[in-house]
Design a protein around this ligand. Sequence first.
Ligand code: ATP
Length: 321
Amino acid sequence: LKKGLSCNVDLKGVLWNEIGGLDDVKAEIQQSIEWPLLHPESLRRMDLSATKGVLLYGPPGCCKTTLVRAAATSCHVTFLSLSGAQVYSPYVGESERIISEAFQKARALSPAILFFDEIDSLVGKRTSSGGQSRVQERILATMLNEMDGIGTRLDQKTDVSRPQSNMKEVTPSCAGKGEVQGQASHIDSTIQHQMHEKNRLSDIDMSRVIVIGATNRPDMLDHAILRPGRLDRHIYVPPPDIKGRKSILKIQVSKMATRDIDIDCIGALTECFSGADIKNLCREAALTAVRESSAGGKLDADTLVVTQHHFIKALKAVKPS
Ligand code: ATP
């Protein structure tokens, strides 16, 4: 059944070696996400409690989302992802239902990673002046209940058969093979079947779900979500240093036809660039090469190549975000 689900691929799997730099962060993520999901019995044996929730925070474009995808890919676990925009609904109770359903699906399909991108837009700080909207309060309460394990159980309240297409479902082990499955409703009925089946067998492993939030604004989060037992493992994802920038450049350059690229030089010229900025820079250099080659009206794929000069030109157009 999981195999069937995994074909609803709209995210590509990511390999650890596609991520440049961030060695310490990768190790910390492997420890706090992969160990509890893959080796829960070893942790139990050592009386170590498994992480239930992780918060990744840091500047935009510095790989938070990509790191989570890489963890999911390497663990071969179900990956469910939701962003603020997917959760908010004008209908009363709908946002809470979407959140609860996400937790239910994650439990039913465990081991699983449930990822909330831009989590600050969902569980922002409560203010004494009542700055938080009612729907935000309800979303926060739902998240806290679910994380504390007292959310609705699979066989109660929520009608899981209702079609909803806000969630991306991927088992990254199969991601990247390009298999795309159609209908959300088909997937929902598959999920429903699996949930009923799991309920029947009473083998839902509630512990093998890790909730991960990503944010650029950790200061905006409500403290309650950061307490022990919730998103209590906090991992800073920094902008790339010179070593990281060179590593990201090498990865990007290896995908293009290039000649005589001086990675050390470009690495030094990209201070304050995020990983996303470096990706943009490489794209701009490639476009510059294409533009130059096509100037005579012809474009010859065999002679098309990106050189240092294209990167220097691109650096004039692409600035650090
Ligand atoms: P945001 O906070 O804006 O959501 P983010 O921190 O989640 O950003 P990603 O979405 O993971 O960042 O990365 C943006 C793009 O930059 C992706 O295409 C990713 O592959 C690339 N990228 C960023 N950092 C790295 C890196 N260290 N190695 C390889 N690619 C990177």
